[in-house]
Design a protein around this ligand. Structure first.
Ligand SMILES: *[C@@H]1O[C@H](CO)[C@@H](O)[C@H](O)[C@H]1NC(C)=O
Ligand SMILES: *[C@@H]1O[C@H](CO)[C@@H](O)[C@H](O)[C@H]1NC(C)=O
Length: 328
């Protein structure tokens, strides 16, 4: 289960510019590690414990404690605690890490991005709407439970908000399924949806997300639409073969061929989805042969709104940074 969670958390992004900075923190064992973002929210990229370097955290240590530099273990808890937060901190010896090399003095090495994002907080028993307008939702983190005393506490007895270590295990998976790649979604903060992770505590649903532009492709009748993804696979949001305005694909056309602007082929989405969904690229001829003719005598075009996604809705930040590197 942790693996699923991590692959979902290793998340994100198609549009560069959402990453505001990349940070690295190394903390010698026994101290406090703090991650924070001046602008944006934390998205942990790697969090490891051990020793892979001889000189870091070596002051005053005998050689026997620093010579092993082949010692490393992943710490998923840091993703869980810090993703989607503005800041988070923990005393390293309180997080119960396994010891990957007894006798070696170790350190925590965490790399994270700060990304532009929005936060939605919904108190138990409420609904809220995430809305990206014409863009599509990408979830960064989600927790149903309680990690803060003050949020959703007004007028409640303090016994209901004392527990600040409450996490419903599958919140992220559930919120991703409900919201990712949609323009808007409605979330309900309730035990019925997420089960009750801490009976007797008043809970809330905390979600961080950002809005990612969907892409649009327009192809005049007789030509062929070519969609390609640099990274990931295509996901088709909507499609229409027909005409909904009088300017698109109008050059050189007589008026009578472009005045009808309520023309829709009913098979548009299914035909395009069939050819394109879950592929790295696809071609779709904008022709009556494919869609049948929804308005005889009108010159038509195929418009498609799509995005490129990885792992059921995610593009990874690693891939993003590789992409922007090669673009430079
Ligand atoms: C910390 O982790 C990063 C990313 O994996 C790595 O490049 C770097 O060498 C590590 N630093 C130390 C001192 O172990
Ligand atoms: C299209 O995808 C196929 C495999 O699905 C791949 O072999 C081909 O190189 C891709 N073409 C382009 C132009 O990306």
């Amino acid at each position: 289960m942790f693996f699923l969670k991590l692959s979902l958390l290793t998340v994100l992004i198609a549009a560069p510019g959402l990453v505001t900075s990349t940070e690295n923190v190394i903390t010698c064992d026994g101290n406090v590690q703090r991650l924070s973002c001046d602008i944006g929210l934390i998205s942990v990229q790697s969090a490891v414990y051990g020793r892979t370097d001889r000189s870091v955290c070596s002051a005053g240590r005998p050689p026997s404690q620093i010579q092993n530099t082949d010692c490393i273990v992943n710490i998923p808890l840091i993703f869980e605690r810090c993703d989607g937060q503005i800041a988070c901190e923990f005393k390293t010896d309180t997080i119960g890490s396994p010891d990957p090399c007894v006798g070696t003095y170790k350190y925590y090495n965490t790399t994270y991005n700060c990304i532009q994002a929005r936060i939605s907080m919904t108190c138990e028993g409420s609904f809220s709407t995430l809305d990206c307008g014409n863009d599509v939702i990408q979830i960064i983190s989600a927790n149903y439970g309680r990690t803060d005393r003050a949020i959703c506490s007004n007028g409640q007895p303090s016994s209901l908000n004392e527990n600040t270590d409450c996490h419903a295990p599958d919140t992220l998976t559930s919120v991703v399924a409900q919201c990712n790649e949609r323009r808007s979604c409605i979330l309900e903060a309730s035990n019925a949806i997420f089960t009750d992770p801490c009976v007797g505590t008043y809970k809330y649903l905390a979600v961080s997300y950002f809005c990612r532009p969907a892409q649009t492709s327009v192809t005049c009748e007789g030509s062929t639409a070519v969609l390609t993804c640099g990274v990931g696979v295509l996901k088709i949001h909507s499609a229409n073969y027909g005409r909904t305005d009088s300017t698109t694909c109008s050059a050189g056309r007589p008026l009578r061929q472009i005045t009808k602007t309520d023309c829709f082929a009913t098979t548009s989405l299914s035909e395009v989805a069939k050819r394109c969904n879950d592929r790295g690229n696809c071609t779709v001829p904008a022709t009556n042969d494919v869609f049948t003719d929804p308005c005889v005598g009108t010159y038509k075009y195929l418009s498609i709104v799509y995005s490129c996604v990885v792992n059921d809705g995610f593009l990874s930040l690693f891939q993003l940074s590789n992409e922007s590197d090669t673009n430079r």
